[in-house]
Design a protein around this ligand. Sequence first.
Ligand SMILES: [Fe+2]
Ligand SMILES: [Fe+2]
Length: 183
Amino acid sequence: MADVFDVLVQDHQVVKQMLSELEAGAVRPGTSPDQLAQRKKLAEQLIIEESRHEAVEEMYFWPAVRERLRHGGELADTAILQEQQGKEVLAKLDKLDATDPQFEALLAEFISAGREHIEYEEAHVWPELRSVLSRDAAAELGRKITEAKKTAPTRPTRTHHPPRARSKPPVPSPPPPTRLATR
Ligand SMILES: [Fe+2]
Ligand SMILES: [Fe+2]
């Protein structure tokens, strides 16, 4: 059965392939309208893949990293910040046609940041998590992620952070009225 790393590596391969295709096909003078439309389509597919992938990581992968690894909180915070920045770039890209002067600049920014993020997860997070997850736990996490991908958002969403600790303690409710003792 596919475990969490099998599921994520497959997603990463799809995204890396798209990044390479987008990098190779950068718009130049003489790029035809058909090529531009094709490029916009590929960028849309990238946005869909990325949005689903990062959403399910946020739902299940990063909570597992926080829970299982001693420095999991730091690893997750760094990665989630990268994901949030990537989503902001993709949200802008999503609104533009491939003819827009900003399109190539945003795409190039995402190609570089996206590769860096993938590298961070694969080199710094996966080996540590792999070393502490049992085979069953890795399979269970893979199952949850596969299931969640079916209904995951296909457009960049705001990152969900765990609820912050309350800054003030709750106000205690007043004691119930007591009946005056009568003699
Ligand atoms: Fe990620
Ligand atoms: Fe990832």
